[in-house]
Design a protein around this ligand. Structure first.
Ligand code: 3PG
Length: 212
């Protein structure tokens, strides 16, 4: 993982997901998150123009670290890296994306939820993985069990994380950061209520500070 990404995540270990298809709204959402203190942002590729939103955030904002999530194929990984993605997140572990990212020096967080998947990521040379879907995959007790055997691995729980359980995840030393969409509610984005997003980001930063 790059030093810059590592430093940002230690200062504010929360990665908000932006799932907006409209580039202008994606940029406003990213700015609202940054105003609330969250500057590492994952744009999920779940709609036709999501990548354009990521490109717009990269072009129109400063100081953010912007990655692409829900990257399912090597072709998508190459495409988002060409567009400037600074890290890649996948729901699962795909070897060709992992090897490409390692080669290119791009931080890659593949989703894992079993010991076998974590071990495969470890064997490929990865030391940071997503833990997905965190709440359904066993939550904090599962992470504690993983951490006792995978001592060098650090995890990014995502999927079912919220302001209500963030502190429990962040209290674990093996948790690098938590990811989630609770910071960017669809109704707030649709209504242009960006102050709500800033407030959610501030709340997450405050929870993170009191959990570590
Ligand atoms: C992901 O893409 O990591 C998850 O779908 C996010 O899950 P959440 O919506 O529960 O935060």
């Amino acid at each position: 993982m790059s030093t810059q990404l590592s430093q940002r995540l230690s200062a504010a270990p929360v990665v908000p997901l932006i799932g907006e298809n409209d580039a202008s709204r994606a940029v406003k959402t990213a700015r609202a998150l940054a105003d609330g203190g969250l500057s590492v942002i994952e744009v999920v590729l779940r709609s036709s123009d999501a990548q354009k939103g990521m490109e717009a955030i990269l072009a129109e904002t400063e100081g953010l670290i912007v990655g692409a999530g829900t990257v399912l194929t090597l072709g998508q990984a190459k495409s988002v890296v060409t567009s400037g993605a600074q890290f890649i997140v996948s729901p699962g572990l795909v070897d060709d994306i992992a090897l490409y990212c390692i080669d290119e020096g791009i931080p890659f967080f593949p989703g894992t939820m079993t010991a076998g998947e974590v071990q495969r990521a470890y064997a490929l040379g990865l030391r940071e993985v997503k833990f997905f879907p965190a709440s359904l995959a066993g939550g904090v007790p599962m992470l504690k069990a993983f951490s006792s055997v995978f001592r060098e691995m650090r995890f990014m729980p995502t999927g079912g994380v919220s302001a209500g359980n963030l502190s429990e995840f962040l209290a674990l030393p093996s948790v690098l950061a938590c990811g989630g969409s609770w910071l960017t509610p669809k109704d707030a984005v649709a209504a242009g209520d960006y102050s709500q997003i800033t407030n959610l980001a501030k709340e997450a930063v405050a929870i993170a500070q009191s959990s570590r």
